[in-house]
Design a protein around this ligand. Structure first.
Ligand code: GLC
Length: 493
């Protein structure tokens, strides 16, 4: 008989996503930082969560809010210093919490020295670290094939200097690494080891399903689907067969797991951002030698109702039976906030939280969800989110309609600063500072301080939630939205 597997810490994890830029600003530049998160560590402990997921803190030109990494080894000065990171991780550990880093393995920033070398000439030793292909037609100006990026437009980017195309699954400023090159695998696995040795308890793996592409570079087949969904990444009239969920990515999950298993006391944990049907996504976790969990985004698309939730739980139990672990995700920094889906009905939000926190699996909470923070729809023009730039040609009303369907063309909407109190700037940053995104106007009545009073039995004087009608009329399209100095950096900490 096999010895029973000891229960690992992640089987009882409750993950809380700290979207650093919007969580709490200690330095006063209007951008959330590591010291700010440290100042709130007791709040996090009081909440009862036991695992933090920190959004990327690495050096970055911030064209995609830190998901465009220019140096995996250093901390972005906007977020603080390596010592700030040390203190935060230590403080979490001292309180019995685990800390996950966000690991963006699929792509780097185009400002990363690897890509700078790679694009410098076709013979540079790092040329093959990224995915370069000659174009079609005599002048090479036709992209190598029909592949689209995850966001819809063509994913191939023309490089005038070397007259070839490079592949970017997400934005043009985020060239994909070439995982078919063993040196790349080695370099990224070393990055992984470096942060595990630092003390991280594991990683949230950014668009992990995009890592390997079909090396025949054959066209992607036609699909009648227009828009991708959480459960089906095909869209824009294309099946993403060659570009997502390649079998070699499933294999690499095992390679990564072996590296992570080199670190014990405590054992380390991997949770993948992958999109698709749970019954397919389980392949990433099966066999006890792959990822420990993947985000299941299906709950976000499930209408709120007893029957629907019951069948969702049954489905997750069927597709992710023990010892596999389902995950309960209702929002994150890319998606419509949970409260929006539930019409900001406090009763529904409580019931939803109750099922999220009691169903078997890992609850994943996005910061602000615990107080029912709502989205602040902001215009596409002038957005920080580069995705909004991509779709800036669309009329605003289209963006609003899509938002109501749960599709955010401007992810700034769900990234507004955490509402800590009714103090100016919601206590996110000091009075007189300019937050990098506007604070939601309802912060005066809906904030952590007010909610804590309410939990302790003293409802705040003002109505806790404005009505839905009010929400639709919220002055959120103000042209006076402050612009950030985010990418131009920060005063010294
Ligand atoms: C993931 C992140 C998102 C980022 C993208 C590219 O989906 O959650 O914020 O823009 O990957 O790295």
């Amino acid at each position: 008989m096999n010895a029973p597997t000891p229960t690992q810490w992640w089987t009882s994890a409750t993950i809380y996503q700290v979207y650093l830029r919007s969580f709490h600003d200690a330095s006063g530049d209007g951008i959330g930082d590591l010291r700010g998160a440290l100042e709130k560590i007791d709040y996090l402990q009081d909440l009862g969560i036991n695992t933090l997921w920190l959004a990327p803190f690495y050096a970055s030109p911030n064209l995609d809010a830190g998901y465009d990494i220019s140096d995996y080894e250093s901390v972005n000065p906007e977020q603080g210093t390596i010592d700030d990171l040390r203190r935060l991780v230590d403080a979490a550990h001292a309180r019995g919490m685990r800390v996950l880093a966000d690991m963006v393995m699929n792509h780097t920033s185009d400002k990363h020295s690897w890509f700078q070398a790679s694009r410098s000439s076709t013979t540079n030793p790092k040329r093959d670290w990224y995915i370069w292909r000659p174009g079609r037609q005599a002048n090479g100006k036709e992209p190598p094939n029909n592949w689209r990026s995850i966001l819809g437009p063509r994913g191939w980017q023309w490089d005038e200097k070397t007259r070839e195309w490079y592949w970017a699954s997400f934005l043009p400023c985020q060239p994909d690494l070439n995982y078919r090159n063993p040196e790349v695998q080695q370099a990224m696995l070393d990055v992984v080891r470096r942060w595990l040795a630092f003390g991280f308890d594991g990683f949230r793996l950014d668009i992990f399903h995009a890592l390997f592409k079909d090396d025949s570079f054959a066209d992607n087949p036609f699909s009648p689907r227009i828009l991708p969904t959480e459960e089906n990444p095909d869209g824009f009239l294309q099946s993403f067969r060659a570009t997502l969920h390649h079998p070699d990515t499933l294999h690499f999950a095992r390679t990564l797991r072996k590296v992570v298993d080199e670190f014990q006391n405590p054992p380390r944990f991997l949770i993948g951002e992958v999109f698709g049907q749970p019954e397919f996504l389980r392949k990433y976790c099966e066999g006890d030698d792959g990822l420990h969990a993947v985000f299941l985004f299906k709950a976000m698309q499930t209408p709120f109702g007893a029957r629907e939730y019951r069948s969702l739980i049954q489905e997750f139990e069927r597709d992710m039976p023990a010892p596999l672990l389902p995950t309960w995700v209702f929002g994150n920094h890319d998606r419509m906030r949970k409260g929006e889906r539930l019409d900001h009905h406090p009763g529904r939000e409580k019931l939803c939280a109750a099922s999220q926190l009691t169903a078997r699996g890992i609850p994943c909470i996005y910061n602000g969800e615990e107080i029912g923070m709502r989205d602040l729809p902001l215009p596409l023009a002038g957005a920080h989110d580069p995705v909004a730039g991509l779709y800036g040609f669309l009329p605003e009303f289209v963006a609003r309609i899509l938002h109501r369907q749960g599709i955010l063309l401007n992810r700034d909407a769900c990234r507004t600063p955490m509402q800590w109190s009714s103090a100016p700037n919601a206590g996110f940053t000091g009075q007189g500072n300019t937050p990098w995104l506007p604070v939601h106007p309802e912060y005066a009545s809906n904030n952590v301080e007010a909610s804590s009073r309410w939990v302790r039995g003293r409802p705040p004087p003002a109505a806790r939630r404005p009505s839905r009608t009010w929400a639709r009329r919220a002055p959120c399209s103000s042209s006076k939205r402050p612009r950030s100095s985010a990418s131009s950096a920060k005063r010294p900490a």
